[in-house]
Design a binder for this molecule. Sequence first.
Ligand code: CA
Ligand code: CA
Length: 98
Amino acid sequence: MRKTALVTGILFAMGATAPAMAAGQSEDDWTASNNKKLFQTIDTNGDSVLTQNEVSNYDEIANLFTHLDADGDGELSNREFGEFNPSQATINQAKGKM
Ligand SMILES: [Ca+2]
Ligand SMILES: [Ca+2]
């Protein structure tokens, strides 16, 4: 009886957390892995920051540049770029270069 109750409890706990994790993962998926790839793709000189010149081929990012540049130093760091949710058009544009 106790064993059955324990197993049921574990299954219940897994069932309760799994959907929450899946939802979080699907939301973070682009930001966590692909956004990093996108960043590296755009960072053509590899200095780990994006300048306005580097993003000039990406209209969406160029337009949002000052908004994304939270500390206003004129460059986008990896962390600042992590706030960016690229549109499908930007994703498609970058995909061929990744
Ligand atoms: Ca750079
Ligand atoms: Ca900055």
